[in-house]
Design a protein around this ligand. Sequence first.
Ligand code: KG4
Ligand code: ZN
Length: 358
Amino acid sequence: MLVLGIESSCDETAAAVVRDGRELVSSVISSQVETHQRFGGVVPEIASREHLDRIVPVVKEALARAEVSAEAVDGIAVTIGPGLVGSLLVGASYAKAMAYALDKPLVGVNHIEGHIYSVVFDNPPVRYPALALIVSGGHTNLFLVPQPGQYKVVARTRDDAAGEAFDKVAKMLGLGYPGGPVIERLAREGDPRAVRFSVPRMGDGRPDFSFSGLKTAVSKYVREQGIKPVVTGAEPSQAVKDLAASFQDVVVRSLVGTMERQAVAHPPLTLIVAGGVACNGALRTAASDVADRLGVPLYFPSLHLSTDNAAMIAAAGTAKLQAGERAGLDLNVNATLRLQNYEVEDELLRQRKVHYKL
Ligand code: KG4
Ligand code: ZN
């Protein structure tokens, strides 16, 4: 089964062709990073306009590189949320038009579910139950995946996403956007024990993450120590490198600490770490240590499939198409789409039980 995937939820316009849900035939990613860099973050209005300009050539290029015609694909999968509504609409409208014009099956895919599927290309098949940590600029969630397509959130961020924290701290230090790669680079030359930041714990005992207090702690430290933002082109000071290393260290400890505790509570057969922040080498090393301690295989996507791409959307879409799912032309986008159906089932079961007792 040959599936065309389309992704436009944030600032990457992407299209990919995937065979049988696991074989990457072509993947094209047109990043708007340079456009948004001067604003220090993604500007939604500009993002949707850029998607409009790029969607046609990007899809054409993905088909051309795959050496297939649009008529030859067996289905189309498109991201319908979560993300920026104007950006999502460009991909979804284009996919609907294509599906209608070519009379092809269409499915909508949750972007976060896409990130979970990003590991299928470069790893052995996932064994279930799996525990998946999805860490990106917009999301930080730990999912229990009892079976393909079933998701239960076991931990989520209460405020900022991990990638967002990297981006905000980088902005504070004058390091530009996106913040993750540059903080990782500076952290390699810094001392992670230089500044003692603590891992936040929730007052209600839930295993959730929180990164906004950490951002405030970094800002306070910058003020108290008189650390100046790095001037473009200048070599960052040792104080900035130490701060980058200490910040990265606490983010990584928070993420893998929760992953390990939850893996003990819900023993998985596969661990997954995906999303833009999964590019981070320190996170990869720390997560691998957890996996070794637990004796569970850990899968990462390859680096070019860790950040947003359409191959992961095509892979997730293939599973849906194979399960017989079809979207109509009334398919709509949802900027705040959630990925959780397992707990909903628990809730329904509970309601049914209550009903039964009555
Ligand atoms: O998955 P992604 O491309 O987009 C979203 O769905 O949000 O993730 C982008 C995020 C940005 O916040 C970026 O700073 C972060 O991933 N990121 C990193 C690294 N590379 C990208 N964070 C930490 N270390 C990295 N090496
Ligand atoms: Zn993403």
